[in-house]
Design a protein around this ligand. Structure first.
Ligand code: SPQ
Length: 428
């Protein structure tokens, strides 16, 4: 367990950085590359631990994947190119790897076993196992397939119409992967729109998928073709520097080549609604969308965050909670029960750790309430093995009046291995 003591003395943050590639898109680019026929070249891939776990699983499934300084090259041989793994597939800390792989493995004609770390072992997998079983999958695991380790005996799948009980891009994506290999059509109805990277990538790899209102429809048996993918910067990683720029004095931070897919830009809407001095300049790009986002030190006000906005900023809630401690008045975050089943229970970890630094914050059943503006003091806190909590606490340390010791800091490498280098580059 690594720890860091940050005595940042409330610096101004100035400069331009490019955050690493989007984690969700990086995972999917390897998965589609592995299932497509021909070569897929991926640039600006996130070499964080989670995405490296995805590469490792596909290598074990017989896919040749080359790693150079700037590119990942996947030599896909189509769905039939996957072979029965000789070893257990280890998803590490990655929920995306675990859930999306289940959708892929469910229809492959072989046996495989999927595990992850201690945190993955506590995250619910029945949300994918139940609908996949309705499609014909044979998946066994602890507590009736609710938890890893999971054993998959691939079986022929048939399309279903499934109404997602929770808004989850991971469940939707697992079912889309299963649907692509199923007999007939698969229809998935979302309660609220979630990130649509999988849908976009089906099209990018030459397949078809359509949206009818809240329902996504995909036909089975479509061939996928290898292609070139450029992964935009991860807006979930950029969020830490956007908030840092807004809450530290005399700061101006510019983030270039940030992904601006509208299903992910809830953080920009929250910053704007809170009164932050933020400017977005989109590039003229097709597909995912990308641009420059600039932020300056800002006077902020509390707001209410809930409803359809939640899936569009779900991973940013820890850093939004810190932002709210520096806003005048009350911020209410609601409709966010899903936070309880992330790498940690993010309602509890955010509230407990920020309280230790002097924040006025309380947990609710489906979110949290923050009273600002509150100066933060020093103290000893922990990421509890959750990368987003670790980075949020490092940004908190930048505005704290005393040193902050953060335990379990190694978790940050899951999504942003260069986080501290980038933070240092901005410190004046
Ligand atoms: O992959 P993992 O561990 O689930 O990662 C997290 C994160 O904070 O990085 C969640 F803990 O992001 C999820 C996100 O919360 C990534 C994701 C995706 O790529 O499809 C979708 C969201 O999860 P969900 O359960 O709402 O679908």
């Amino acid at each position: 367990m690594k720890q860091i003591e940050l005595n940042l003395k409330q610096p101004a943050l100035k400069g331009t950085i490019e955050v690493p590639g989007d984690k969700s898109i990086s995972h999917r680019s390897v998965m589609f590359g592995a299932l497509a026929a021909g070569k897929t070249t991926i640039r600006h891939f996130l070499k964080g631990e989670d995405c490296l776990s995805t590469i490792d699983c596909f290598r074990k499934l017989g896919v040749e994947i080359e790693e150079t300084q700037d590119e990942i090259i996947v030599h896909g041989k189509g769905w039939d190119g996957l072979v029965e793994p000789q070893e257990i597939l280890d998803a590490g800390n990655s929920g995306t790897t675990t859930r999306l792989l289940l959708g892929i493995l469910a229809g492959r004609p072989f046996h495989s076993v999927l595990v992850g770390d201690e945190s993955i072992a506590k995250r619910p997998m029945d949300r994918v196992v139940i609908p996949l079983s309705q499609m014909g999958a044979r998946i066994a695991g602890r507590e009736n397939g609710r938890f890893t380790p999971l054993a998959v005996q691939g079986a022929p799948l048939a399309g279903i119409h499934y109404e997602l009980p929770v808004a989850s891009a991971q469940v939707k994506s697992a079912l889309l992967f299963a649907g692509l290999q199923a007999e007939g059509e698969t229809r998935i109805t979302e309660p609220v729109p979630t990130r649509d990277h999988t849908e976009k990538m089906i099209q990018q790899f030459g397949g078809e998928v359509k949206r009818e209102g809240r329902t996504i429809v995909v036909a089975g048996g479509q061939p996928l073709k290898g292609t070139e993918v450029y992964v935009p910067g991860d807006i979930s990683s950029a969020a830490f520097f956007l908030v840092a720029g807004a809450i530290t004095a005399d700061s101006e931070v510019e983030l270039v080549n940030v992904g601006l897919n509208p299903t992910r830009t809830g953080i920009i809407e929250v910053l704007t609604a809170m009164g932050a001095d933020v400017i977005v300049k989109p590039h003229e790009t097709a597909g995912e969308g990308m641009g420059t986002v600039r932020i300056r030190s800002s006077k902020l006000r509390g707001i209410e965050i809930g409803g359809d906005l939640i899936p569009r900023l779900i991973d940013e809630i820890p850093i939004i909670a810190l932002l709210a401690t520096q806003a005048d008045g009350k911020t209410v975050i609601k409709d966010a029960e899903e936070l309880k089943v992330k790498e940690t229970n993010r309602i509890d970890t955010v509230v407990n750790e920020l309280k230790k630094l002097g924040a006025k914050i309380e947990a609710t059943e489906d979110g949290m309430i923050i009273h600002g503006k509150t100066p933060l003091t020093g103290g000893r806190v922990s990421s509890y093995g959750d990368h987003r909590i670790g980075m949020m606490l490092a940004v908190a340390a930048a505005i704290a009046s005393e040193p902050v010791i953060i335990d379990n800091i190694e978790a940050i490498a899951v999504s942003y291995p260069e986080f501290f280098c980038d933070l240092e580059r901005l410190i004046q």
